[in-house]
Design a protein around this ligand. Structure first.
Ligand SMILES: CC(C)(COP(=O)(O)OP(=O)(O)OC[C@H]1O[C@@H](n2cnc3c(N)ncnc32)[C@H](O)[C@@H]1OP(=O)(O)O)[C@@H](O)C(=O)NCCC(=O)NCCS
Length: 182
């Protein structure tokens, strides 16, 4: 295949890919995310013969329940179906990771669709926490990759899981059992 070029793009240039791949059949307005307007947001487009075939966006944003400093988030990762499985998504993902590293990120994270978990794992992301559902889209996992904390990936995942669990409320029946035990 001709070489793929990944470069910075304007939001309007990538909306069609987001819409067709991620929100097919839903209103185009659903493809605009609040984070698109953040100060440090960058959109990337993967181009083949000067045509956009994939996109991804990166935001400086901490996960609300997993608030490590210097966190960057990936969102809107999409490659047109006919071009999937040809390493284009990986090039977009690596571009996002490298951008975050240049910005001195400690952590990069995303809410990964269940079908894309393996794709993120291939680039070193780990599952943090339990499966959760996003209405109209389906099951997801929080996934993260340690970029700048000087601990091994295994220890990083342990700490991240603890941070996440601390923020998640204990389900009511379990809390009741614990109280009765003491
Ligand atoms: C997920 C996605 C961005 C990956 O891009 P890609 O260019 O297809 O992926 P690459 O070719 O770089 O990487 C290949 C890996 O991606 C995964 N993959 C390939 N096709 C895929 C598909 N249709 N859906 C999900 N993952 C896929 C596989 O795990 C594959 O790994 P393997 O070869 O070891 O089995 C792309 O498939 C896509 O747009 N899927 C639909 C939208 C989506 O799920 N976006 C992610 C939202 S969190």
């Amino acid at each position: 295949m001709t070489d793929i070029i990944v470069e910075v793009a304007r939001l309007e240039e990538i909306i069609d890919v987001r819409h067709q791949v991620l929100r097919h059949g839903q209103p185009r307005s659903s493809c605009y995310y609040p984070e698109d307007n953040y100060k440090h947001t960058v959109h990337f487009a993967a181009k083949l013969n000067n045509e956009i075939v994939g996109c991804a966006s990166i935001y400086k944003e901490s996960h609300p329940d997993f608030s490590l400093k210097q966190s960057w988030r990936i969102r809107g990762m999409a490659v047109y179906e006919v071009f999937q499985g040809r390493n284009i998504g990986t090039q977009l993902l690596e571009t996002c990771i490298n951008h975050a590293i240049k910005q001195k990120a400690h952590v990069i994270w995303c809410n990964a669709r269940m079908s894309a978990v393996k794709f993120y794992k291939n680039s070193g992301f780990k599952i943090i926490g339990d499966e959760f559902d996003i209405p109209d889209i389906g099951p997801h996992f929080l996934m993260a990759k340690n970029l700048g904390i000087h601990i091994g990936q295994t220890r990083f995942v342990e700490i991240a899981k603890k941070l996440l669990a601390r923020k998640n409320p204990i389900p009511a029946p379990q809390a009741k059992i614990n109280i009765e035990k003491h």
